[in-house]
Design a protein. Structure first.
Length: 218
């Protein structure tokens, strides 16, 4: 039996969807994630991302991202240094935050694989429409914690889990690059394991704050 890829709990059970895909459900953090047998090959995953029409200057896309940027900016000091983690081929959010006076680095394993970011410390990190692609969320959130200064902020946006009886036909699940899905309870567990506080700002948007003496889960 595998463990939960989000919280490492052994309290997981498998289930199948109508398209014969195997998923796991965690009874501790209430996340759901697809079995690794269904993971795409790297070249296919990259090709799927290139199909997205998320252009940097697209007003509709920027308005969508502002659902996270507006509440996050209220938490930040002017000229804070941040990093957009998983920015994709069109780093619109970083462009928006630079225009607001913040100093930004960007990282994406496919399009901006700048490994220098992992040796830096940031006052805030954004992660928009990215966490659902994590094959190992537990490790990724530890990496984010390592890059974040004490009292730093994390702004995360992803579609929160739908009801169990709607999951089978949920459009968000059907994207083959979406491999893990988070409930509000999941964010509570993620925060507790790392001594973060968290706020559900609005539907699909959560802010984490790294407390002093942050701990890492095993």
């Amino acid at each position: 039996m595998p463990k939960c890829i989000v919280c490492k709990s052994s309290l997981i059970e498998s289930f199948y969807t109508h398209d014969d895909k195997k998923y796991w459900r965690c009874s501790l953090c209430l996340s759901k994630f697809i079995d690794k047998r269904h993971h795409l090959k790297k070249q296919d995953e990259r090709g799927r991302y290139l199909e997205h029409k998320n252009f940097i200057k697209d007003p509709e896309y920027r308005n969508f991202l502002s659902r996270l940027s507006r509440p996050l900016i209220k938490k930040l000091k002017p000229f804070s240094q941040g990093m957009d983690f998983g920015c994709g081929p069109g780093p619109a959010l970083a462009d928006m935050l630079i225009a607001d006076g913040f100093i930004m680095d960007i990282y994406d394993p496919f399009f901006f694989p700048n490994l220098d970011v992992f040796s830096k410390k940031y006052e805030f990190i954004t992660c928009t429409e990215t966490a659902e692609h994590f094959y190992d969320p537990h490790k990724e959130f530890i990496n984010i914690d390592d890059m974040l200064l004490n009292n730093g902020w994390i702004g995360l946006m992803t579609n929160f889990l739908t009801e169990d009886d709607a999951f089978d036909y949920w459009y968000y699940r059907r994207d083959p690059t979406h491999v893990v899905f988070y409930s509000e309870k999941t964010f509570e567990v993620i925060a507790d394991q790392r001594n973060w506080s968290y706020e559900i700002i609005s539907k699909n948007v959560v802010l984490f704050n790294k407390q002093h003496d942050s701990k890492k889960s095993l």
